[in-house]
Ligand binder design. Structure first.
Ligand code: PHE
Length: 340
């Protein structure tokens, strides 16, 4: 017998067996098909197998390989049919399963409201050409204080007002110490150290301060830092950027107000208030980057100027969504979180 004839016979056997096994409805029928195809004495497979002896030596390996494949394929079809028959009989006492019934809906989660806010703020600032920068939450005093013009004896560096880490051998507030950053202004320094003007970045992330939690305070919160450095930047540019931002985020025509303030790293410095729902609300601090800070990162303050701002992200999120207690945001309570 030629190899082609042999393979043909195998193909026929395979498709016949597969078609027959698909129609099986009970275990008796299944057993008789098993005997018909794979029966040890007179099964159809056995008949074809006997023909292998008449295949020429060179063609034997190919013929044998296909023979094994077909055997396996019939065995699999039998197993499948067995499962179907078994499934049918165990469910026999109840109604047959209805595959058209709707399934159990999957519960989908969503992003945390603060994360949603961060994405929204990035999008608004991105449209004004601000790209996003990031910095570490564990900082050294250089980036959190010194480079921001906050000298060693400054009260802002007090261990009582900062989360210093128990770094081996380092005295809190000394140069070798480490702390959880108390402000995202650290990223201003990191960006300026590693790039040249013009600069237009925002940085959004966690900051840490040892405040007792109440409706408006939490020891961890988020800030959005902004930094723009170029030639001929003025306070008017700062105010315009913040007003466009507020109009976009809070909606409508939000008024903006600057109140004189003090930050060691800006001069002049201001508190930023937005007029929202009938009242003035403080959202953060801002100012023109102090020439001492520019000099410290190697920029010439005679050529470059810029502004920086830092806004409280929870404050923005809470105002926009009418949230009255910051602790709700971090309680992990799904009844609260599901509303966003
Ligand atoms: N880092 C200041 C704070 O946390 C806010 C600020 C940022 C002020 C940038 C001026 C410029 O209070």
């Amino acid at each position: 017998m030629s190899l082609a004839d042999f393979l043909n016979k195998l193909d026929e056997l395979e498709s016949e067996a597969s078609a027959a096994l698909q129609t099986v409805s009970d275990s008796e029928q299944l057993e008789s098909l098993r005997v018909r195809y794979l029966g040890a004495k007179s099964g159809l497979f056995k008949d074809v197998q006997k023909l292998l002896g008449g295949i020429g030596g060179d063609d034997k390996p190919a013929a044998g390989k296909r023979l094994n494949e077909v055997k396996r394929s019939i065995q699999q079809a039998l197993e499948l049919a067995k499962d179907l028959v078994a499934g049918g009989s165990t469910a026999g006492s109840g109604p047959a399963p209805d595959p058209t019934l709707p399934g159990i809906p999957m519960r989908l989660g969503h992003l945390h409201p603060v994360t949603q806010t961060i994405e929204h703020l990035k999008e608004i600032m991105g449209r004004m050409g601000f790209s996003t920068a990031e910095g570490p939450e564990v900082e050294d005093p250089w980036h959190n204080f010194v480079a921001l013009n906050i000298p060693e004896d400054h009260p802002a560096r007090d261990p009582l007002d900062n989360f210093y880490l128990a770094t081996a051998g380092a005295v809190a507030a000394s140069e070798g110490s480490r702390l959880l950053r108390s402000q995202t202004s650290t990223v201003q320094i990191r960006v300026m150290e590693s790039s040249k003007p013009p600069i237009r970045v925002i940085s959004l992330g966690r900051v840490y301060r040892p405040d007792a939690p109440d409706a408006t305070h939490f020891p961890m919160f988020h800030q959005m830092e902004g930094l723009l450095i170029d030639t001929e930047v003025t306070m008017a540019n700062l105010k315009t950027v913040l007003r466009i931002f507020a109009n976009n985020y809070l909606g409508g025509d939000v008024e903006i107000r600057f109140r004189p303030s003090f930050f060691p790293f800006t001069e002049p410095s201001v508190e930023v208030d937005f007029f929202w729902n009938g009242q003035w609300i403080e959202f953060g601090g801002a100012g023109m980057v102090d020439p001492a800070v520019l000099t410290g990162v190697g920029y010439d303050p005679e050529i470059y100027s810029g502004f920086a701002f830092g806004l409280g992200i929870e404050r923005l999120c809470m105002r926009r969504h009418g949230i009255t207690d910051i602790r709700d945001l971090f309680s992990g309570d799904l009844r609260f979180l599901k509303q966003f």
